[in-house]
Design a protein around this ligand. Structure first.
Ligand SMILES: *[C@@H]1O[C@H](CO)[C@@H](O)[C@H](O)[C@H]1NC(C)=O
Ligand SMILES: *[C@@H]1O[C@H](CO)[C@@H](O)[C@H](O)[C@H]1NC(C)=O
Ligand SMILES: *[C@@H]1O[C@H](CO)[C@@H](O)[C@H](O)[C@H]1NC(C)=O
Ligand SMILES: *[C@@H]1O[C@H](CO)[C@@H](O)[C@H](O)[C@H]1NC(C)=O
Ligand SMILES: *[C@@H]1O[C@H](CO)[C@@H](O)[C@H](O)[C@H]1NC(C)=O
Ligand SMILES: *[C@@H]1O[C@H](CO)[C@@H](O)[C@H](O)[C@H]1NC(C)=O
Length: 412
């Protein structure tokens, strides 16, 4: 009995409440979606509706701005656009005045929706109260997201340049780390991207986990397209196999969860070669060995040892031999630079020691030969201690090399 009474009260209260009602889709597709936004009164507490307006707050804005309104008086007036962009592409219908027919709506037809239509919408109603006073009521806001599927353009995918002399097509020394970079249009909201790897002969692509960066930017700065995004991902990968493939995928995180399924992909293949070690007898073999009959092409042969790879009898072998000379030169230079580093370290330590000794003997001889006002001084162990003494005459100065030397003026 009591519950029924409470419900009855609630029903009355709700029935009397003056409510502004906004209808708008939660998302609209930028390519084939239609946007219809409707503002109308609901509840029966209204006497007379003097104004209906639709307000919008863009993602980039901080407050709601009226984009469309209709008023009474003047009686029977048409809706007025306050947004130029919308005025050009939307159709509208609306009237204020009598509560029963009061309504304001607009629609943007399929293909004319742009990123600028996304944002939060509100419906605001100005009405007349029982004592002819002006009242307003505003709806809850509805967020409209403009969405876009990724375009059909394939990801642009690049690997580091080959690091084997004489080869051009993604040939790498085993053990070296290469960089993978890929860019693609990923729609709105931005779809994720990933790198996958498959060694030759293996059935499945597996994710490359070492992603170094993942950056999303608008495809265009044009306001109508600012919500359509492009993504760039970068990863590093240590080459260990004789050959393999990388893929760069744009995927739907819910339906294309694993490598091998994607919305769009680009694939690049590569081959790996053994790292040539520094072996002096290899150098001999390039000049003396001519009997090998192996012919090798760097793009088709992946597991040849260095001797076989670099010694070919025909003219294309010349470039391989050139490559070997370069490699040996490199080895020699690395060895030389190692020696230089060691020598310079030894020299540095020796020079430091010499300087310290020179300082000490200079300090000793200076203090032995000069009389002080301060009487017998403390034990000086370095130039720093010396500088702190303010009592004595200026008996030293910096020479052109930055060393403290006895000042000549002291003896004049
Ligand atoms: C506005 O709403 C009315 C009533 O629901 C509908 O008939 C009309 O097509 C709508 N107009 C626009 C421009 O959306
Ligand atoms: C109500 O107020 C408006 C101005 O706010 C005035 O023009 C109108 O005459 C008033 N109506 C009545 C019945 O008092
Ligand atoms: C991902 O795929 C699922 C299932 O096919 C679909 O419902 C969802 O809308 C898709 N999401 C995106 C962002 O494409
Ligand atoms: C990935 O999922 C999308 C739906 O979200 C589907 O259209 C597409 O065909 C899937 N790709 C693959 C390779 O399964
Ligand atoms: C150096 O090369 C020769 C032949 O080219 C090979 O017999 C020898 O084992 C190599 N030495 C090392 C340390 O790999
Ligand atoms: C050298 O060998 C390569 C690989 O077998 C071959 O394609 C090329 O035609 C040869 N060149 C000459 C001049 O014989």
């Amino acid at each position: 009995m009591r519950e029924a009474f409470v419900l009855f009260i609630l029903f009355i209260a709700q029935g009397k409440a003056q409510v502004a009602n906004l209808e708008a889709p939660a998302q609209v597709d930028v390519v084939n979606g239609e946007l219809v936004v409707k503002c109308a009164p609901s509840g029966n507490g209204f006497n007379f509706i003097s104004r209906l307006e639709i307000k919008r707050k863009l993602v980039s804005e901080s407050s709601y701005i009226t984009i469309l309104y209709v008023e009474d008086p003047p009686k029977g007036s048409d809706p007025v656009f306050r947004d130029n962009n919308l005025a050009l592409k939307a159709t509208t219908e609306g009237r204020a005045g009598r509560v029963s027919g009061a309504l304001l709506n607009f629609s943007v037809s399929a293909g004319r929706v742009t990123c600028e239509d996304g944002g939060s919408y509100q419906c605001k109603i100005t009405h007349t109260g029982a004592n002819n006073e002006s009242l307003t009521v505003t709806s809850a806001s509805v967020n409209v997201a403009v969405v876009a599927n990724p375009s059909s353009g394939l990801p642009v995918f690049d690997l580091s340049p080959s690091n084997v002399p004489g080869s051009t097509d993604n040939v790498y020394l085993k053990g070296t780390t290469i960089v993978l970079i890929c860019q693609s249009e990923v729609g709105s909201p931005a779809r994720p991207m990933r790198f996958c790897h498959r060694p030759a002969g293996m059935p499945n692509f597996l994710p490359v986990s070492s992603t170094q960066s993942d950056v999303v930017t608008p495809v265009s700065t044009e306001p109508g397209k600012i919500c359509i995004l492009s993504r760039t991902i970068v990863a590093t990968f240590a080459i260990a196999d004789n050959a393999g493939e990388f893929s760069c995928d744009v995927y739907n995180a819910t339906s294309n969860a694993s490598c091998g399924t994607y919305l769009k992909t680009s694939v690049r293949s590569y081959s790996g070669q053994e790292y040539p070690y520094c072996n002096a007898s290899n150098a001999d073999s390039t000049t003396t060995t001519t009997s090998t009959t192996t012919t090798a092409s760097p793009t088709t042969t992946n597991s040849l040892s260095i001797d076989e790879t670099f010694i070919a009898e025909n003219s294309s072998g010349v470039s391989y031999t050139g490559g070997l000379s370069l490699l040996l030169l490199g080895c020699a230079l690395i060895f030389l630079s190692g020696i230089m580093v060691a020598v310079s370290a030894i020299l540095y330590i020796k020079a430091k020691k010499l300087r310290k000794e020179a300082e000490m003997s200079m300090i000793r001889s200076t203090y032995d030969s000069v009389r002080f006002n301060a009487g017998p001084g403390p034990n000086y162990s370095s130039l720093e201690d010396l500088k702190e003494q303010t009592q004595h005459r200026q008996i030293e100065e910096l020479d052109s090399d930055g060393y403290m030397v006895p000042s000549m003026t002291t003896y004049k």
